[in-house]
Design a protein around this ligand. Structure first.
Ligand SMILES: [Zn+2]
Length: 448
């Protein structure tokens, strides 16, 4: 990708030409293509400009990513066979993200640990200057690498950007076109050779770009598997769609942690139900929030791989659900938790402060919320309630309990991945009018 020469007025004519002659094409092919298993895209996030990583607003269609990785992920899905999730995520693009309509879909693999080699399919900054080139793609045998010169000010958007900044998402979309095997177009499209400061228009593929990617990978096959929704219960991922094989499906995930290779975490041999419309798969431990894809058996190359669909595979945050009430010692007992929320890690520890000094209390838990005035406070959890052993507060009014998730009280109240349980402390307060009181309650979602 080049920046424009000082006089770039000629570019306007190309737009007119495209509008007047919709049947003509201008895309150019470099002569290479990516094999059906080469779909990973990663980012080594060493961009130095603050503007390259200042978009900290999470996007539900791009779970787990912000900043430069988020902008580059959006650029990748634009080349996909179908809308990425509901297509939202780019405020400059009103027809949605994912308009390639070819047998091609990238698999987002999150962060890389370095710029990698020529087949590591990684984006990174290049800490060098160039007077005319913004970024470039390099190719190895069956892969690519994309570098961005650091002398330009890169901007991660997501909306309009200042005229002196260069749009990372636009440039990434262009360079990924090269990785796919496209050369430059003489039309003013994603694959035109120049990108001006402040220009965000290359984020969105136009007809010529679409024709180019379809010329390499084929028009989206009618038998290509298609994901239309996915939901996670903390353990199992349920994927709905069309065109899944009866047996032998592969489900591809995004790797949770940065890795030296772009190897895609995947589960093989997954059967479908509902005439190829439903898959259920246990999420492997190395997978994290990102995209999921389904590959069916067969020789069809990219036609056997589905669109990429976003999934959130992380615990929701712990929430304090109901306020504490004042006691004879002060403002009231405050319950907090230290935990990974992982059932297999079994590391839940609860701590309370502001308890009446030296008095006994007990933590109890349940699955449903309530709001019932009891004693000096509010009971915030509905029956059935499960009680942990009583503990005595310190002279400073603090107490702590660890919860063994493998040994629930009286064998009941077993905590499973995907469930949310409420925890609250009841404690004695002899000097308070009612004799006892309650802390706030915590809603803790549990994960595998
Ligand atoms: Zn280029």
């Amino acid at each position: 990708m080049r920046r424009p020469p000082l006089a770039a007025a000629g570019l306007g004519l190309a737009v007119v030409g495209l509008a007047l002659a919709p049947d003509s094409s201008s895309f150019d092919l470099l002569g290479h293509s990516l094999g059906p298993l080469v779909r990973d895209v990663r980012v080594f996030n060493d961009f130095e400009d603050a503007a390259a990583n200042d978009n900290l607003v999470p996007d539900p269609m791009f779970p787990g990513a912000t900043g430069a990785p988020l902008a580059i992920w959006k650029a990748a899905v634009e080349w996909g066979s179908a809308l990425h999730g509901d297509g939202t995520g780019d405020p400059t693009q009103f027809d949605g993200l994912g308009s390639g309509e070819a047998n091609f879909d990238f698999s987002w693999q999150g962060l890389a640990l370095g710029p990698g080699g020529l087949t590591d399919n990684t984006h990174s900054a290049l800490h060098a200057d160039d007077v005319g080139v913004l970024a470039f793609a390099e190719f190895g045998q069956g892969g690519w690498r994309i570098r961005y010169y650091e002398n330009w000010t890169w901007d991660d958007g997501p909306g309009a950007i200042p005229a002196q900044h260069y749009d990372l998402q636009s440039c990434a979309a262009h360079e990924l076109g090269h990785a796919l095997g496209l050369g430059h177009s003489s039309f003013l499209t994603t694959m035109s050779a120049v990108q001006s400061g402040g220009d965000t228009s290359k984020r969105s593929l136009l007809g010529d770009d679409r024709a180019g990617v379809q010329a390499i990978y084929g028009v989206r096959s009618v038998t290509k598997p298609r994901i239309t929704s996915a939901s996670w219960d903390g353990l199992q991922l349920t994927i709905a769609g069309t065109g899944f094989a009866a047996t032998g499906n592969e489900v591809w995930f995004t790797r949770a942690q940065p890795s030296p290779s772009g190897q895609v975490p995947r589960v093989d041999g997954v059967p479908s139900s509902g005439s190829g419309t439903l898959l259920m798969v246990t999420v492997p431990p190395e997978a994290g929030s990102g995209d999921v894809l389904v590959r069916i058996p067969g020789p069809g190359g990219g036609a056997t791989l589905s669109n990429a669909w976003p999934v959130t595979l992380a615990c929701e945050p712990i929430v304090s659900t109901c306020p504490t009430t004042a006691n004879s010692a002060g403002a009231g007992a405050v319950l907090s938790a230290v935990t990974t929320q992982s059932v297999s890690a079994n590391d839940l520890a609860l701590h309370a402060s502001g308890v009446v000094p030296n008095q006994f209390g007990l933590v109890f838990y349940g699955a449903s919320a309530a709001s019932l005035p009891v004693a000096g406070g509010t009971l915030c959890i509905g029956a059935p309630l499960y009680r942990l052993a009583p503990v005595q507060a310190s002279a400073q009014g603090q107490l702590g309990v660890t919860v063994d998730l493998t040994a629930p009280p009286a064998g009941a109240g077993t905590i499973q991945p995907g469930q949310t349980w409420l925890f609250q402390l009841w404690y004695r307060d002899p000097a308070g009018g009612a004799g006892s009181d309650f802390s706030n309650a915590l809603a803790i979602p549990f994960c595998p």
